[in-house]
Design a protein around this ligand. Structure first.
Ligand code: NAD
Length: 491
């Protein structure tokens, strides 16, 4: 019997966004219902801001950037504020993990892992704020030339629903460390942790207007924000189609953008790999967060001689996997909403109808509410690399296996999609590790390991359709700033 379904957050409430340091309702009075994916029931609301409130938020961010204390604050003090926010997040960690789990449906242990990573982001960028230096450049006789790293100004951050708290943290950490001000628009399906952390930022002492939180629909608040002439830089994580729309809007004002647009990430398993070590990592890479992860390892390429053995073992594990409500903390939770559940089911049905072999299916817990958005995990085998299932991002618990003949074949298959976000290489052969890691087109390559969310120090972003620009690590600080060159003549 499943216990405590949706009872973890003690007080249901109507949340408000934050403009200029104040919690405010939408000027139009409209709200968006907040639905728990585990039972499909509404338990809160968030404001549905439109262009009017986006204007107010961008104006507040502009004023804080140009005139407020933020514009004169030394880098180490900006860093201290980020560190203080991290400590407040740690203090409220259980509450935030429960809120994120209920809002997104993710198992509570994933909510806790997200809180731990979020704290690390604020710790990392709090410490990094005063460690980005410019250069001095040897120039002509009688001159001294130097560079400064300067903030862009007002940054817009548009974030998705899969890891709201973590993705907010990498945007806030890098943008504010470099001295920008921010307007963040979380996804309409999962805004609560962003709002709550915005409240904690007020408590931490960030000056008014530095961090504004605008909730609302992508087609209204998101579109108004990305097209706003007062925004100097846009950072976005989400689908390629929305990324294209946001880049077109930003192009009208020639603004810079960072785009993190998902993937179809391969893990290449050679016959000499340590399968015992690889096995739990291969499973987790697609099951974590119900497969709703941009870096999900959704394709496993297996060298022909061990294909049957690996497929059998994965099949046995997939038959044991169980989806259920977030607070039951099973292998995976529900999909974020009914549309995403349908989308994943459509991919599964179409692939099965196209004759692709279903090796195994997991299950949905018998006590899971029928009104929740559950999908049982599915393992497909012997997939043709040109199949839709092999090419498109499903964003659900659907894993495809492929057989390859040799190293060249594996690299061709790994690079054979429009995406290039993350890749895994499993082999004991050291020379091959280096060769393959260099030839795979992906922003991150793991050798005898796999993962992306964990390493806040590790630059992250895509090649090809997976996007451009880099988040995380020190690289994000370069994306969130521009070089200014100053030349002194003193002859
Ligand atoms: P999305 O790209 O539509 O939404 C992401 C964010 O963009 C949200 O905040 C949304 O409100 C906003 N947005 C939507 N339309 C906008 C517009 N015209 N202008 C400005 N902002 C806009 O993604 P989704 O609908 O949440 O999910 C759809 C698919 O996107 C998923 O199935 C998955 O394939 C992919 N996705 C990828 C990631 C990732 O991390 N790469 C994350 C979430 C979703």
């Amino acid at each position: 019997m499943l216990q405590n379904l949706s009872r973890i957050v003690a007080q249901d409430k109507n949340f408000l966004g934050i403009i200029n340091g104040r919690r405010v309702a939408a000027t139009n009075g409209k709200t968006i219902p907040v639905v728990c994916p585990s039972d499909g029931l509404e338990f809160a609301t968030v404001p549905s801001y439109d262009a009017i409130d986006v204007d107010r938020a961008v104006d507040a961010a502009r004023q804080a950037f140009e005139e407020g204390p933020w514009s004169r604050m030394p880098a180490f003090e900006r860093g201290r504020l980020l560190t203080r926010l991290g400590l407040l997040i740690e203090k409220h960690g259980d509450e935030l993990a429960a809120l994120e789990a209920r809002d997104t449906g993710k198992p509570i242990r994933q909510g806790k892992a997200d809180v731990a990573a979020t704290i690390r982001y604020y710790e990392f960028y709090g410490g990094a704020a005063d460690k980005i230096h410019g250069d001095t450049i040897p120039f002509l006789d009688g001159y001294t030339a130097l560079t400064l790293r300067e903030p862009h100004g007002v940054v817009a951050g548009i974030t998705p629903w899969n890891y709201p708290m973590q993705i907010m943290a990498r945007v806030v950490g890098a943008a504010l460390a470099m001295g920008n001000t921010l307007v963040i628009k979380p996804a309409e399906d999962a805004s609560l942790s962003t709002i709550r952390i915005g409240e904690l930022a007020i408590e931490a002492g960030f000056p008014d207007g530095v961090l504004n939180i605008i909730t609302g629909y992508g087609s209204e608040a998101g579109a108004a924000l990305s097209a706003h002439p007062g925004v100097d830089y846009v950072t976005f994580t989400g689908s390629p189609a929305t990324g294209t729309a946001i880049q077109q809007a930003a192009a009208a004002h020639n603004r810079g953008v960072t785009m993190e647009l998902g993937g179809k990430s391969p893990q290449i398993v050679f016959a000499d790999a340590d399968i015992e070590k690889a096995f739990p990592v291969l499973v987790n890479a697609i099951i974590q967060n119900g497969g709703q992860t941009c870096s999900a390892g959704s394709r496993i390429l297996i060298e022909r001689p061990i294909y049957d053995k690996v497929a059998d073992a994965l099949g046995s594990r997939f038959r044991e996997l169980v989806a259920g409500p977030h607070d039951a903390d099973l292998d995976l939770g529900p999909m974020i909403n009914a549309a995403q559940k349908r989308r994943v089911e459509n991919y599964v049905t179409a692939a099965a109808e196209a004759g692709i072999e279903v090796i195994a299916r997991g299950s949905i817990h018998i006590d899971a509410p029928l009104t929740g958005f559950y999908v049982a995990p599915v393992l497909f085998g012997a997939v043709d690399p040109s199949a839709t299932l092999a090419q498109e991002e499903v964003f659900g618990p659907v894993l495809s296996l492929f057989a390859f003949e040799d190293e060249a074949d594996a690299i061709r298959m790994a690079n054979g999609t429009e995406y290039g976000l993350v890749a895994g290489v499993w082999t004991k052969d050291g020379a091959r590790q280096h060769r393959v890691a260099k030839r795979v087109r992906a922003g991150q390559v793991y050798v005898n390991a796999y993962g992306a969310g964990g390493g806040v120090e590790l630059p992250f972003g895509g090649f090809k359709r997976s996007g451009h620009g880099r988040e995380k690590g020190f690289e994000a600080l370069y994306d969130m700033s521009a070089t200014k060159t100053i030349v002194f003549r003193h002859d």
